[in-house]
Design a protein around this ligand. Structure first.
Ligand code: CA
Length: 350
C-alpha cells in the first residue's frame, strides 16, 4: 500500500489497476467498465469508463484501449489515441467543455476541472485519475471509494463488499448498445504466467525495479505492484519493449507524485525515449508549464509532474516548436505579432 499516493487511481496495460487507496489488482476483463464515478451525488459530477480490447493478442501495450467521460448535461466525451470526440464530433485541443478543460500536454491528454476531478491519459493505455480531498469516500467503480482504506475497495456495483475480484470487476461492466456483449471473467481466473519457471524468469527480470536507479523512489511509491504487473506482462510477451514499458510505468508513478527517477534510462540503454528532434525526455514536466501569454489558467488538482517528450528546460512550447521566452510573439489587441514586427497605429486628428 503506497501511503503517499496523493489520491491517484491508475490503470495501465489492459488489466492492471491500482485504486485511489493504493490497492493493486490484476483483472483480465475484456469489456468496458466504470473506472470511476461520483456515486454520492443525485447527478454524478463525473463518470469515467474504460474500454478494454475485446481480444488482445501479443503485448498488452499494443492492444487498443479508450475512455468515455460523462459530465452533467454534456454529450459523451470519447478519447482514443490522442483524438477527443464529443457527441461524435472531433474536438480540436485545447478545448473547454463547460467547467472541464481538455488539452494535450507532452505525451498526455489532460482533462482538468473546476470541481476537483482531473485525469491524464497517455494516448494508448495508461489512465491516471486524481481527485481532491473533497471527493474522499464518494467515488465508486474499479478505482474504489477513496476513503484512505485499501481493504474495502472491492465493493461491487450494488454497494456490497465482495471477496472475489471477478465478481467485483464484472459488476462494473457496462453494456454498450453498438458493441457485442462481452464475457464475464471467470471466478477462478488465473494470471498469464503458464508455469512456475516462466514466472520465476519474469520475476528475476522485473526485480530490476527493486534496485538502483529506482531505489530513490521506493519510499514514495511501493515498487511491488509494479513488479507484479511487470511479471504478468512479461509472461504475455517477453520482449524488450514490454519490459521497458513496465519500467516506464513505475517511473511515471514516481513523477506523478513529484519524485521522478532521474536519468533511469542511462541504466537501461535499450529503453529508448522515442522523442522527436528538438524535444527531450523530461522526468518532471509541470502540468501547467509557462506559455508565451502567461494567461493560462492553472487548475489546482493536477498530478505533480508528467514524464515524456517536451521542450528542454527553459524553453517554451509555442505552435509545436520550442522557443526562448525572448522569442515569444507580442500580443496586441488579441492578435499575436512576431518579434520585430512594427505596428503602425493610425492617428486620428481631433
Ligand atoms: Ca477504500
Amino acid at each position: 500500500m503506497g501511503k503517499d499516493r496523493d489520491g491517484i487511481c491508475r490503470s495501465w496495460g489492459q488489466h492492471h489497476f491500482e485504486t485511489f487507496d493504493g490497492m493493486y489488482y490484476y483483472f483480465p476483463g475484456s469489456c468496458s467498465y466504470i473506472l470511476a464515478k461520483d456515486c454520492h451525488s443525485a447527478e454524478p459530477q463525473y463518470t469515467v469508463w474504460v474500454h478494454n480490447s475485446r481480444s488482445c493478442q501479443g503485448s498488452v501495450y499494443s492492444c487498443p484501449r479508450a475512455l468515455s467521460l460523462f459530465f452533467p448535461n454534456e454529450d459523451e466525451i470519447h478519447i482514443r489515441g490522442y483524438q477527443v470526440h464529443k457527441g461524435g464530433v472531433r474536438l480540436s485541443l485545447p478545448q473547454t467543455v463547460h467547467n472541464v478543460f481538455i488539452e494535450r500536454l507532452a505525451d498526455y491528454i489532460l482533462v482538468k476541472s473546476t470541481f476537483g476531478f482531473s485525469l491524464a491519459w497517455d494516448g494508448s493505455s495508461g489512465v491516471y485519475l486524481k481527485m481532491t480531498d473533497s471527493h474522499k469516500g464518494r467515488p465508486c467503480g474499479l478505482c474504489g471509494n477513496y476513503n484512505d482504506e485499501g481493504s474495502d475497495d472491492l465493493s461491487n456495483s450494488r454497494g456490497l463488499q465482495v471477496d472475489s475480484l471477478a465478481e467485483f470487476g464484472n459488476s462494473w461492466a457496462v453494456d454498450l448498445p453498438h458493441e457485442q456483449p462481452c464475457e464475464d471473467v471467470d471466478d477462478d481466473f488465473h494470471g498469464p504466467c503458464q508455469s512456475e519457471s516462466e514466472m520465476d524468469d519474469a520475476i528475476e527480470k522485473c526485480s530490476a525495479l527493486l534496485f538502483f536507479p529506482f531505489i530513490s523512489c521506493h519510499e514514495n511509491i511501493d515498487p511491488n505492484p509494479f513488479v507484479a504487473s511487470c511479471v504478468s506482462d512479461i509472461c504475455v510477451s517477453d520482449d524488450e519493449e514490454t519490459f521497458c514499458r513496465t519500467l516506464v510505468e513505475y517511473t511515471r508513478a514516481c513523477s506523478h507524485v513529484g519524485y521522478p527517477v532521474r536519468e533511469w534510462r542511462d541504466s537501461f540503454p535499450t529503453c529508448a525515449d522515442g522523442c522527436e528532434e528538438s524535444f527531450v525526455h523530461r522526468d518532471c514536466i509541470s502540468c501547467c508549464p509557462p506559455t508565451c501569454t502567461f494567461e493560462k489558467e492553472c487548475l489546482g488538482t493536477n498530478l505533480h509532474c508528467l514524464d515524456g517528450c517536451y521542450c528542454p528546460d527553459g524553453l517554451i512550447l509555442q505552435n509545436g516548436t520550442c522557443i526562448a521566452v525572448s522569442q515569444c510573439p507580442c500580443v496586441y489587441h488579441g492578435t499575436a505579432y512576431p518579434l520585430g514586427h512594427v505596428l503602425e497605429q493610425g492617428c486620428s486628428v481631433w
